[in-house]
Design a protein around this ligand. Structure first.
Ligand code: HEC
Ligand code: HEC
Ligand code: HEC
Length: 419
Protein backbone atom coordinates (compact mmCIF):
# COMPACT_ATOMS: atom_id res chain seq x y z
CA UNK A 1 0.00 0.00 0.00
CA UNK A 2 1.38 3.40 -0.86
CA UNK A 3 2.21 5.72 2.01
CA UNK A 4 1.57 8.88 0.04
CA UNK A 5 -1.91 9.86 -0.95
CA UNK A 6 -2.50 12.70 -3.31
CA UNK A 7 -4.96 15.34 -2.42
CA UNK A 8 -6.03 18.42 -4.18
CA UNK A 9 -7.03 21.24 -1.96
CA UNK A 10 -8.15 24.79 -1.92
CA UNK A 11 -6.00 27.48 -3.39
CA UNK A 12 -6.76 29.25 -0.24
CA UNK A 13 -5.26 32.64 -0.01
CA UNK A 14 -6.00 34.01 -3.44
CA UNK A 15 -9.41 35.31 -2.55
CA UNK A 16 -8.72 36.96 0.77
CA UNK A 17 -9.11 40.57 -0.22
CA UNK A 18 -12.40 40.07 -1.97
CA UNK A 19 -13.81 38.05 0.84
CA UNK A 20 -12.76 39.78 3.95
CA UNK A 21 -16.14 41.42 4.33
CA UNK A 22 -18.18 38.22 4.19
CA UNK A 23 -19.61 36.86 7.41
CA UNK A 24 -18.53 33.45 8.67
CA UNK A 25 -21.00 30.78 7.68
CA UNK A 26 -20.06 28.11 10.16
CA UNK A 27 -22.48 27.20 12.88
CA UNK A 28 -21.02 26.85 16.35
CA UNK A 29 -21.68 23.42 17.80
CA UNK A 30 -23.20 23.18 21.25
CA UNK A 31 -21.02 22.55 24.23
CA UNK A 32 -22.29 19.26 25.60
CA UNK A 33 -19.33 17.07 26.29
CA UNK A 34 -18.92 13.32 26.44
CA UNK A 35 -16.41 12.10 28.93
CA UNK A 36 -14.47 9.09 27.68
CA UNK A 37 -14.54 7.55 31.14
CA UNK A 38 -18.32 7.53 31.14
CA UNK A 39 -18.73 6.18 27.62
CA UNK A 40 -20.28 2.74 27.31
CA UNK A 41 -18.71 -0.29 25.58
CA UNK A 42 -21.52 -0.06 23.02
CA UNK A 43 -20.63 3.52 22.27
CA UNK A 44 -16.95 2.64 21.85
CA UNK A 45 -17.84 -0.31 19.58
CA UNK A 46 -20.10 1.91 17.48
CA UNK A 47 -17.34 4.54 17.36
CA UNK A 48 -14.92 1.92 16.08
CA UNK A 49 -17.34 0.98 13.30
CA UNK A 50 -17.84 4.64 12.35
CA UNK A 51 -14.08 5.34 12.37
CA UNK A 52 -13.65 2.48 9.88
CA UNK A 53 -16.55 3.71 7.74
CA UNK A 54 -15.03 7.22 7.75
CA UNK A 55 -11.53 5.80 7.17
CA UNK A 56 -9.77 7.97 9.77
CA UNK A 57 -6.87 5.50 9.78
CA UNK A 58 -6.07 6.13 6.09
CA UNK A 59 -4.61 9.53 6.99
CA UNK A 60 -3.94 9.18 10.71
CA UNK A 61 -2.22 5.76 11.01
CA UNK A 62 1.17 5.37 9.32
CA UNK A 63 1.99 1.93 7.94
CA UNK A 64 3.86 0.23 10.79
CA UNK A 65 3.10 3.12 13.18
CA UNK A 66 0.95 3.16 16.32
CA UNK A 67 -2.79 3.40 15.58
CA UNK A 68 -3.93 7.01 15.02
CA UNK A 69 -0.50 8.42 15.97
CA UNK A 70 -0.31 10.37 12.67
CA UNK A 71 2.64 11.01 10.38
CA UNK A 72 0.93 9.84 7.16
CA UNK A 73 2.31 11.88 4.29
CA UNK A 74 -0.30 13.41 1.96
CA UNK A 75 1.01 14.97 -1.24
CA UNK A 76 -0.90 17.77 -2.97
CA UNK A 77 -0.24 20.41 -5.62
CA UNK A 78 0.03 22.93 -2.77
CA UNK A 79 2.68 21.06 -0.82
CA UNK A 80 2.77 18.22 1.69
CA UNK A 81 0.34 17.66 4.56
CA UNK A 82 0.70 15.17 7.39
CA UNK A 83 -2.13 13.40 9.20
CA UNK A 84 -1.84 14.32 12.87
CA UNK A 85 -1.76 12.40 16.14
CA UNK A 86 -5.37 11.82 17.22
CA UNK A 87 -4.63 9.45 20.11
CA UNK A 88 -5.54 10.61 23.65
CA UNK A 89 -1.95 11.72 24.32
CA UNK A 90 -2.37 15.04 26.20
CA UNK A 91 0.67 16.71 24.58
CA UNK A 92 0.83 15.49 20.99
CA UNK A 93 -2.68 14.11 20.54
CA UNK A 94 -6.19 15.23 21.43
CA UNK A 95 -6.22 14.01 25.06
CA UNK A 96 -7.21 17.42 26.40
CA UNK A 97 -10.05 17.96 23.95
CA UNK A 98 -13.72 17.83 24.87
CA UNK A 99 -16.26 16.05 22.69
CA UNK A 100 -17.56 19.47 21.63
CA UNK A 101 -14.10 20.55 20.47
CA UNK A 102 -13.76 17.28 18.58
CA UNK A 103 -17.10 17.82 16.85
CA UNK A 104 -16.04 21.34 15.89
CA UNK A 105 -12.90 19.93 14.22
CA UNK A 106 -14.99 17.47 12.16
CA UNK A 107 -17.79 19.93 11.45
CA UNK A 108 -15.98 23.24 10.89
CA UNK A 109 -12.32 22.28 10.59
CA UNK A 110 -11.61 24.43 13.64
CA UNK A 111 -9.55 23.11 16.59
CA UNK A 112 -8.64 24.66 19.94
CA UNK A 113 -5.38 25.73 18.24
CA UNK A 114 -6.88 27.21 15.08
CA UNK A 115 -8.02 26.41 11.58
CA UNK A 116 -7.34 23.06 9.89
CA UNK A 117 -6.54 22.76 6.22
CA UNK A 118 -9.19 20.99 4.13
CA UNK A 119 -6.66 18.17 3.65
CA UNK A 120 -8.64 16.96 6.63
CA UNK A 121 -11.95 16.27 4.83
CA UNK A 122 -14.23 18.22 7.18
CA UNK A 123 -15.92 19.38 3.96
CA UNK A 124 -17.51 15.88 4.01
CA UNK A 125 -17.50 15.11 7.75
CA UNK A 126 -19.50 18.31 8.26
CA UNK A 127 -22.67 16.31 7.60
CA UNK A 128 -21.88 13.77 10.32
CA UNK A 129 -24.33 13.76 13.26
CA UNK A 130 -23.24 15.00 16.66
CA UNK A 131 -24.07 11.55 18.13
CA UNK A 132 -21.78 9.79 15.65
CA UNK A 133 -18.99 12.30 16.27
CA UNK A 134 -19.34 11.64 20.01
CA UNK A 135 -19.06 7.89 19.46
CA UNK A 136 -15.89 8.29 17.35
CA UNK A 137 -14.54 10.55 20.10
CA UNK A 138 -15.32 7.89 22.74
CA UNK A 139 -13.53 5.27 20.61
CA UNK A 140 -10.44 7.42 20.04
CA UNK A 141 -10.27 8.35 23.73
CA UNK A 142 -10.25 4.62 24.55
CA UNK A 143 -7.10 4.10 22.40
CA UNK A 144 -3.60 3.89 23.77
CA UNK A 145 -2.02 7.38 23.96
CA UNK A 146 1.05 7.63 21.70
CA UNK A 147 3.64 10.33 22.42
CA UNK A 148 4.40 10.93 18.74
CA UNK A 149 4.98 14.60 17.78
CA UNK A 150 3.12 16.07 14.82
CA UNK A 151 4.84 17.06 11.59
CA UNK A 152 4.12 20.54 10.27
CA UNK A 153 2.73 20.79 6.75
CA UNK A 154 5.30 21.87 4.21
CA UNK A 155 3.39 24.20 1.91
CA UNK A 156 4.29 26.69 -0.77
CA UNK A 157 3.33 30.34 -0.43
CA UNK A 158 0.51 31.46 -0.32
CA UNK A 159 -0.98 28.15 0.77
CA UNK A 160 1.04 28.21 3.99
CA UNK A 161 -1.22 30.95 5.33
CA UNK A 162 -3.50 28.94 7.58
CA UNK A 163 -5.86 31.80 8.41
CA UNK A 164 -6.79 32.10 4.74
CA UNK A 165 -8.68 28.83 5.02
CA UNK A 166 -11.37 30.76 6.88
CA UNK A 167 -12.15 32.63 3.70
CA UNK A 168 -12.06 29.44 1.68
CA UNK A 169 -14.57 27.95 4.13
CA UNK A 170 -16.93 30.89 3.73
CA UNK A 171 -17.05 30.29 0.02
CA UNK A 172 -16.85 26.55 -0.26
CA UNK A 173 -17.81 24.83 3.01
CA UNK A 174 -21.35 23.59 2.38
CA UNK A 175 -23.86 22.04 4.78
CA UNK A 176 -24.68 19.21 2.39
CA UNK A 177 -23.14 17.60 -0.67
CA UNK A 178 -25.13 17.27 -3.91
CA UNK A 179 -26.40 13.85 -5.02
CA UNK A 180 -25.55 12.16 -8.30
CA UNK A 181 -28.46 9.73 -8.04
CA UNK A 182 -32.17 9.96 -7.29
CA UNK A 183 -33.85 8.21 -4.39
CA UNK A 184 -36.02 8.46 -1.30
CA UNK A 185 -35.84 4.93 0.15
CA UNK A 186 -34.42 4.19 3.60
CA UNK A 187 -31.44 2.45 1.93
CA UNK A 188 -30.75 5.43 -0.32
CA UNK A 189 -30.90 7.83 2.63
CA UNK A 190 -28.60 5.66 4.74
CA UNK A 191 -26.28 5.19 1.74
CA UNK A 192 -26.06 8.94 1.25
CA UNK A 193 -24.91 9.34 4.83
CA UNK A 194 -22.39 6.50 4.46
CA UNK A 195 -20.94 7.82 1.20
CA UNK A 196 -20.97 11.55 1.98
CA UNK A 197 -20.71 12.09 5.74
CA UNK A 198 -18.54 9.06 6.52
CA UNK A 199 -16.87 7.56 3.41
CA UNK A 200 -16.05 11.01 1.93
CA UNK A 201 -16.19 9.42 -1.55
CA UNK A 202 -16.77 12.81 -3.19
CA UNK A 203 -13.38 14.11 -2.00
CA UNK A 204 -11.73 11.91 -4.64
CA UNK A 205 -14.53 11.22 -7.15
CA UNK A 206 -15.83 14.80 -7.61
CA UNK A 207 -13.76 17.09 -9.86
CA UNK A 208 -12.29 20.23 -8.28
CA UNK A 209 -12.35 23.84 -9.33
CA UNK A 210 -9.59 26.44 -9.47
CA UNK A 211 -9.53 26.89 -5.70
CA UNK A 212 -9.41 23.17 -5.00
CA UNK A 213 -13.10 23.15 -4.06
CA UNK A 214 -15.37 20.28 -5.06
CA UNK A 215 -17.45 21.14 -8.14
CA UNK A 216 -20.96 20.51 -6.84
CA UNK A 217 -22.51 20.63 -10.30
CA UNK A 218 -20.49 17.53 -11.21
CA UNK A 219 -20.93 15.38 -8.10
CA UNK A 220 -19.05 12.06 -8.45
CA UNK A 221 -18.26 12.71 -12.15
CA UNK A 222 -14.63 11.58 -11.67
CA UNK A 223 -11.49 13.64 -11.11
CA UNK A 224 -7.89 13.86 -12.26
CA UNK A 225 -6.45 13.23 -8.81
CA UNK A 226 -3.35 11.03 -8.62
CA UNK A 227 -1.77 8.70 -11.16
CA UNK A 228 -4.64 6.20 -11.23
CA UNK A 229 -7.59 8.59 -11.52
CA UNK A 230 -10.93 8.19 -9.69
CA UNK A 231 -13.50 7.42 -12.40
CA UNK A 232 -17.02 8.79 -12.87
CA UNK A 233 -19.27 6.87 -10.45
CA UNK A 234 -22.60 8.50 -11.30
CA UNK A 235 -25.42 5.99 -12.05
CA UNK A 236 -25.19 6.44 -15.84
CA UNK A 237 -21.43 5.90 -15.85
CA UNK A 238 -21.57 2.89 -13.54
CA UNK A 239 -24.19 1.04 -15.59
CA UNK A 240 -22.35 1.95 -18.82
CA UNK A 241 -19.42 -0.06 -17.40
CA UNK A 242 -21.67 -2.97 -16.45
CA UNK A 243 -22.07 -2.41 -12.70
CA UNK A 244 -25.07 -3.73 -10.75
CA UNK A 245 -25.85 -3.17 -7.08
CA UNK A 246 -24.74 -6.73 -6.30
CA UNK A 247 -21.37 -6.16 -8.05
CA UNK A 248 -20.80 -2.94 -6.10
CA UNK A 249 -21.47 -4.74 -2.83
CA UNK A 250 -18.98 -7.47 -3.78
CA UNK A 251 -16.41 -4.83 -4.76
CA UNK A 252 -16.74 -2.90 -1.46
CA UNK A 253 -16.75 -6.10 0.64
CA UNK A 254 -13.93 -8.00 -1.09
CA UNK A 255 -12.09 -5.52 -3.34
CA UNK A 256 -12.57 -7.78 -6.39
CA UNK A 257 -15.69 -8.02 -8.54
CA UNK A 258 -16.48 -9.09 -12.11
CA UNK A 259 -15.35 -5.58 -13.08
CA UNK A 260 -11.86 -6.10 -11.65
CA UNK A 261 -9.88 -5.25 -8.51
CA UNK A 262 -9.76 -2.07 -6.44
CA UNK A 263 -6.33 -0.65 -7.23
CA UNK A 264 -4.46 2.65 -6.91
CA UNK A 265 -5.94 4.75 -4.11
CA UNK A 266 -9.20 2.80 -4.18
CA UNK A 267 -7.43 -0.23 -2.77
CA UNK A 268 -6.86 1.24 0.72
CA UNK A 269 -10.43 2.59 0.70
CA UNK A 270 -11.70 -1.00 0.46
CA UNK A 271 -8.99 -2.54 2.59
CA UNK A 272 -9.15 -0.09 5.50
CA UNK A 273 -12.77 0.98 5.30
CA UNK A 274 -15.56 -0.52 3.19
CA UNK A 275 -14.72 -4.18 3.88
CA UNK A 276 -15.79 -3.56 7.49
CA UNK A 277 -19.26 -2.27 6.63
CA UNK A 278 -22.22 -4.49 7.48
CA UNK A 279 -24.04 -6.18 4.57
CA UNK A 280 -26.97 -3.81 5.14
CA UNK A 281 -24.73 -0.76 4.94
CA UNK A 282 -22.99 -2.07 1.80
CA UNK A 283 -26.38 -2.55 0.18
CA UNK A 284 -27.36 0.99 1.22
CA UNK A 285 -24.19 2.50 -0.25
CA UNK A 286 -24.76 0.65 -3.53
CA UNK A 287 -28.38 1.85 -3.63
CA UNK A 288 -27.19 5.41 -3.07
CA UNK A 289 -24.65 5.18 -5.91
CA UNK A 290 -27.08 3.73 -8.45
CA UNK A 291 -30.31 5.35 -7.19
CA UNK A 292 -33.63 3.73 -6.20
CA UNK A 293 -34.45 2.81 -9.82
CA UNK A 294 -31.09 1.93 -11.40
CA UNK A 295 -30.90 1.66 -15.18
CA UNK A 296 -29.96 -1.86 -16.39
CA UNK A 297 -26.23 -2.56 -16.86
CA UNK A 298 -25.04 -2.19 -20.45
CA UNK A 299 -23.57 -5.33 -22.06
CA UNK A 300 -20.22 -4.92 -23.83
CA UNK A 301 -20.57 -4.29 -27.57
CA UNK A 302 -17.29 -5.36 -29.20
CA UNK A 303 -16.18 -2.74 -31.72
CA UNK A 304 -15.17 -3.31 -35.32
CA UNK A 305 -11.68 -2.36 -36.39
CA UNK A 306 -9.06 -2.51 -38.99
CA UNK A 307 -7.78 -6.10 -38.99
CA UNK A 308 -4.09 -5.17 -39.14
CA UNK A 309 -4.35 -2.92 -36.09
CA UNK A 310 -6.13 -5.62 -34.10
CA UNK A 311 -3.66 -8.30 -35.22
CA UNK A 312 -0.67 -6.31 -33.97
CA UNK A 313 -2.32 -5.70 -30.59
CA UNK A 314 -3.42 -9.30 -30.36
CA UNK A 315 0.15 -10.53 -30.95
CA UNK A 316 1.47 -8.41 -28.11
CA UNK A 317 -1.38 -9.53 -25.85
CA UNK A 318 -0.67 -13.20 -26.51
CA UNK A 319 3.07 -12.71 -26.04
CA UNK A 320 3.10 -10.70 -22.81
CA UNK A 321 -0.34 -10.57 -21.15
CA UNK A 322 -2.14 -13.84 -21.88
CA UNK A 323 0.11 -15.89 -19.57
CA UNK A 324 -1.60 -14.18 -16.64
CA UNK A 325 -4.88 -12.81 -17.99
CA UNK A 326 -5.72 -15.79 -20.23
CA UNK A 327 -5.86 -16.10 -24.02
CA UNK A 328 -9.56 -15.24 -23.94
CA UNK A 329 -9.08 -12.56 -21.28
CA UNK A 330 -10.78 -14.84 -18.76
CA UNK A 331 -8.20 -14.30 -15.98
CA UNK A 332 -7.25 -16.86 -13.35
CA UNK A 333 -8.87 -16.91 -9.91
CA UNK A 334 -6.38 -16.00 -7.14
CA UNK A 335 -3.67 -15.24 -9.75
CA UNK A 336 -4.89 -12.46 -12.00
CA UNK A 337 -8.09 -10.66 -12.92
CA UNK A 338 -10.32 -10.99 -15.96
CA UNK A 339 -10.04 -8.60 -18.91
CA UNK A 340 -13.56 -9.58 -20.00
CA UNK A 341 -15.94 -7.18 -18.27
CA UNK A 342 -13.08 -5.11 -16.81
CA UNK A 343 -14.47 -1.69 -15.92
CA UNK A 344 -11.00 -0.21 -16.49
CA UNK A 345 -11.13 -1.32 -20.14
CA UNK A 346 -14.68 0.01 -20.46
CA UNK A 347 -13.77 3.58 -19.49
CA UNK A 348 -14.04 6.03 -22.38
CA UNK A 349 -10.77 7.58 -21.21
CA UNK A 350 -7.97 4.98 -21.50
CA UNK A 351 -5.97 6.73 -18.75
CA UNK A 352 -6.18 4.06 -16.01
CA UNK A 353 -5.70 1.16 -18.40
CA UNK A 354 -2.54 2.77 -19.84
CA UNK A 355 -1.24 3.60 -16.37
CA UNK A 356 -1.75 -0.05 -15.30
CA UNK A 357 0.22 -1.18 -18.37
CA UNK A 358 3.02 1.39 -18.00
CA UNK A 359 3.47 1.24 -14.21
CA UNK A 360 2.13 -2.21 -13.36
CA UNK A 361 0.02 -2.76 -10.25
CA UNK A 362 1.61 -3.56 -6.90
CA UNK A 363 0.93 -6.90 -5.23
CA UNK A 364 -2.07 -6.46 -2.96
CA UNK A 365 -3.76 -8.18 -0.06
CA UNK A 366 -7.54 -8.25 -0.19
CA UNK A 367 -10.08 -8.84 2.59
CA UNK A 368 -9.97 -12.36 4.00
CA UNK A 369 -7.13 -14.49 2.72
CA UNK A 370 -7.19 -13.32 -0.89
CA UNK A 371 -4.10 -11.74 -2.38
CA UNK A 372 -2.87 -11.03 -5.89
CA UNK A 373 0.68 -10.97 -7.16
CA UNK A 374 2.08 -7.80 -8.67
CA UNK A 375 1.40 -7.04 -12.30
CA UNK A 376 4.74 -6.09 -13.88
CA UNK A 377 5.33 -2.63 -15.40
CA UNK A 378 5.69 -2.61 -19.19
CA UNK A 379 7.03 0.93 -19.62
CA UNK A 380 10.52 -0.42 -20.35
CA UNK A 381 9.60 -3.47 -22.45
CA UNK A 382 6.90 -2.09 -24.74
CA UNK A 383 7.19 1.10 -26.80
CA UNK A 384 4.49 3.73 -27.30
CA UNK A 385 3.28 2.23 -30.58
CA UNK A 386 3.06 -1.30 -29.15
CA UNK A 387 1.20 -0.08 -26.08
CA UNK A 388 -1.24 1.94 -28.20
CA UNK A 389 -1.98 -1.09 -30.43
CA UNK A 390 -2.42 -3.28 -27.37
CA UNK A 391 -4.70 -0.71 -25.72
CA UNK A 392 -6.84 -0.55 -28.86
CA UNK A 393 -7.06 -4.34 -29.05
CA UNK A 394 -8.29 -4.43 -25.42
CA UNK A 395 -10.70 -1.51 -25.91
CA UNK A 396 -12.23 -2.95 -29.08
CA UNK A 397 -12.39 -6.53 -27.90
CA UNK A 398 -13.47 -6.22 -24.28
CA UNK A 399 -14.02 -2.56 -23.55
CA UNK A 400 -16.73 -1.69 -26.09
CA UNK A 401 -14.70 1.46 -26.78
CA UNK A 402 -13.26 2.83 -30.04
CA UNK A 403 -9.67 1.98 -30.94
CA UNK A 404 -8.60 5.61 -30.79
CA UNK A 405 -5.54 5.42 -28.52
CA UNK A 406 -2.51 6.99 -30.19
CA UNK A 407 1.19 6.53 -29.49
CA UNK A 408 1.24 10.24 -28.56
CA UNK A 409 -1.32 9.62 -25.82
CA UNK A 410 0.83 6.81 -24.40
CA UNK A 411 3.93 8.99 -24.56
CA UNK A 412 2.18 11.83 -22.70
CA UNK A 413 1.30 9.49 -19.86
CA UNK A 414 4.72 7.88 -19.85
CA UNK A 415 6.33 11.32 -19.50
CA UNK A 416 3.81 12.74 -16.99
CA UNK A 417 5.48 13.73 -13.73
CA UNK A 418 4.69 10.87 -11.42
CA UNK A 419 2.28 11.50 -8.54
C1 HEC B 1 -7.84 12.37 3.64
C2 HEC B 1 -7.05 12.38 4.85
C3 HEC B 1 -7.77 12.45 6.20
C4 HEC B 1 -8.81 11.68 6.67
C5 HEC B 1 -9.56 10.57 5.94
C6 HEC B 1 -9.04 12.10 8.03
N1 HEC B 1 -8.17 13.09 8.37
FE1 HEC B 1 -8.11 14.09 10.17
N2 HEC B 1 -6.61 15.27 9.44
C7 HEC B 1 -6.00 15.14 8.23
C8 HEC B 1 -4.93 16.11 8.11
C9 HEC B 1 -4.00 16.29 6.91
C10 HEC B 1 -4.94 16.85 9.30
C11 HEC B 1 -4.04 18.04 9.63
C12 HEC B 1 -4.56 19.23 8.86
C13 HEC B 1 -3.77 20.50 9.09
O1 HEC B 1 -2.54 20.42 9.22
O2 HEC B 1 -4.40 21.55 9.12
C14 HEC B 1 -6.02 16.30 10.12
C15 HEC B 1 -6.35 16.77 11.38
C16 HEC B 1 -7.29 16.18 12.23
C17 HEC B 1 -7.60 16.63 13.56
C18 HEC B 1 -6.95 17.83 14.26
C19 HEC B 1 -5.85 17.35 15.16
C20 HEC B 1 -5.08 18.44 15.81
O3 HEC B 1 -4.25 18.11 16.66
O4 HEC B 1 -5.28 19.62 15.49
C21 HEC B 1 -8.54 15.78 14.06
C22 HEC B 1 -9.18 15.81 15.43
C23 HEC B 1 -8.82 14.80 13.04
N3 HEC B 1 -8.05 15.08 11.93
C24 HEC B 1 -9.69 13.75 13.18
C25 HEC B 1 -10.05 12.87 12.16
C26 HEC B 1 -11.05 11.85 12.30
C27 HEC B 1 -11.81 11.54 13.57
C28 HEC B 1 -11.16 11.24 11.09
C29 HEC B 1 -12.15 10.17 10.67
C30 HEC B 1 -13.54 10.50 10.98
C31 HEC B 1 -10.19 11.88 10.20
N4 HEC B 1 -9.55 12.86 10.88
C32 HEC B 1 -10.00 11.54 8.88
C33 HEC B 1 -6.33 14.24 7.24
C34 HEC B 1 -7.38 13.33 7.29
C1 HEC C 1 -8.46 8.44 -1.98
C2 HEC C 1 -9.29 8.58 -3.16
C3 HEC C 1 -10.57 7.77 -3.23
C4 HEC C 1 -11.59 7.72 -2.31
C5 HEC C 1 -11.69 8.39 -0.96
C6 HEC C 1 -12.61 6.88 -2.90
N1 HEC C 1 -12.21 6.42 -4.13
FE1 HEC C 1 -13.26 5.15 -5.32
N2 HEC C 1 -11.71 5.08 -6.64
C7 HEC C 1 -10.54 5.82 -6.53
C8 HEC C 1 -9.67 5.49 -7.63
C9 HEC C 1 -8.29 6.07 -7.88
C10 HEC C 1 -10.34 4.52 -8.41
C11 HEC C 1 -9.84 3.86 -9.71
C12 HEC C 1 -9.14 2.53 -9.44
C13 HEC C 1 -10.10 1.38 -9.29
O1 HEC C 1 -10.98 1.19 -10.14
O2 HEC C 1 -10.00 0.65 -8.29
C14 HEC C 1 -11.62 4.29 -7.75
C15 HEC C 1 -12.59 3.39 -8.20
C16 HEC C 1 -13.86 3.24 -7.63
C17 HEC C 1 -14.88 2.37 -8.15
C18 HEC C 1 -14.74 1.43 -9.35
C19 HEC C 1 -15.18 2.11 -10.58
C20 HEC C 1 -14.96 1.28 -11.82
O3 HEC C 1 -15.78 1.37 -12.73
O4 HEC C 1 -13.96 0.54 -11.87
C21 HEC C 1 -15.99 2.54 -7.36
C22 HEC C 1 -17.35 1.85 -7.53
C23 HEC C 1 -15.64 3.49 -6.33
N3 HEC C 1 -14.34 3.90 -6.52
C24 HEC C 1 -16.50 3.92 -5.34
C25 HEC C 1 -16.07 4.67 -4.24
C26 HEC C 1 -16.90 4.93 -3.07
C27 HEC C 1 -18.33 4.47 -2.89
C28 HEC C 1 -16.12 5.65 -2.20
C29 HEC C 1 -16.47 6.11 -0.80
C30 HEC C 1 -16.79 5.05 0.13
C31 HEC C 1 -14.84 5.85 -2.84
N4 HEC C 1 -14.85 5.25 -4.07
C32 HEC C 1 -13.81 6.57 -2.27
C33 HEC C 1 -10.22 6.72 -5.53
C34 HEC C 1 -10.97 6.94 -4.37
C1 HEC D 1 2.50 -11.66 -13.99
C2 HEC D 1 1.10 -11.65 -14.31
C3 HEC D 1 0.55 -10.49 -15.15
C4 HEC D 1 0.95 -10.07 -16.41
C5 HEC D 1 2.08 -10.63 -17.27
C6 HEC D 1 0.06 -9.01 -16.77
N1 HEC D 1 -0.84 -8.75 -15.76
FE1 HEC D 1 -2.28 -7.32 -15.75
N2 HEC D 1 -2.69 -7.75 -13.83
C7 HEC D 1 -2.16 -8.80 -13.12
C8 HEC D 1 -2.70 -8.79 -11.77
C9 HEC D 1 -2.37 -9.79 -10.66
C10 HEC D 1 -3.54 -7.66 -11.69
C11 HEC D 1 -4.31 -7.18 -10.46
C12 HEC D 1 -3.30 -6.65 -9.45
C13 HEC D 1 -3.93 -6.13 -8.20
O1 HEC D 1 -4.99 -5.50 -8.28
O2 HEC D 1 -3.34 -6.34 -7.14
C14 HEC D 1 -3.51 -7.03 -13.02
C15 HEC D 1 -4.22 -5.89 -13.36
C16 HEC D 1 -4.35 -5.39 -14.64
C17 HEC D 1 -5.15 -4.25 -15.02
C18 HEC D 1 -5.96 -3.34 -14.09
C19 HEC D 1 -7.14 -3.99 -13.46
C20 HEC D 1 -8.32 -4.19 -14.33
O3 HEC D 1 -9.09 -5.10 -14.05
O4 HEC D 1 -8.50 -3.52 -15.33
C21 HEC D 1 -5.03 -4.11 -16.38
C22 HEC D 1 -5.69 -3.07 -17.26
C23 HEC D 1 -4.12 -5.14 -16.83
N3 HEC D 1 -3.73 -5.90 -15.75
C24 HEC D 1 -3.72 -5.32 -18.14
C25 HEC D 1 -2.62 -6.10 -18.51
C26 HEC D 1 -2.02 -6.07 -19.80
C27 HEC D 1 -2.54 -5.27 -20.98
C28 HEC D 1 -0.93 -6.90 -19.77
C29 HEC D 1 0.10 -7.17 -20.85
C30 HEC D 1 0.82 -5.98 -21.28
C31 HEC D 1 -0.86 -7.46 -18.42
N4 HEC D 1 -1.91 -6.95 -17.70
C32 HEC D 1 0.09 -8.34 -17.99
C33 HEC D 1 -1.27 -9.74 -13.57
C34 HEC D 1 -0.56 -9.65 -14.76
Amino acid sequence: MSTTSSLRLGALALCIAALSTLAACSKTPDNTSVDARTSTPDQIAHGRYLAKAADCAACHTSPGGAPFAGGVRLGSPFGTFYGTNITPDPVHGIGKWTAAEFYKALHDGVTPDGQLYPAMPYTSYRTMTRADSDDIYAYLMAQKPAAVPNLKPDLKFPFNMRFAVMFWNMLFLKDSLPDASVGTSADWTRGKYLANALGHCAECHTPRGAFGQMNGAKALHGSDLGRVVPPDITPAALVARGWTGADLQTFFATGISRQGPAFGEMHPVVYLSTQYLSPGDLRAMSVYLLGDAPPPPTPVQPGSADAAQVAAGRNTYVAVCAGCHGLGGEGKPHVSVSMQGSSTLRQADPHNMLVAMLDGVEASAFPGTESLQAMPAFAKTLNDEELAQLANYLRLGWGGQPGDVTAAKVKALRDAPSH
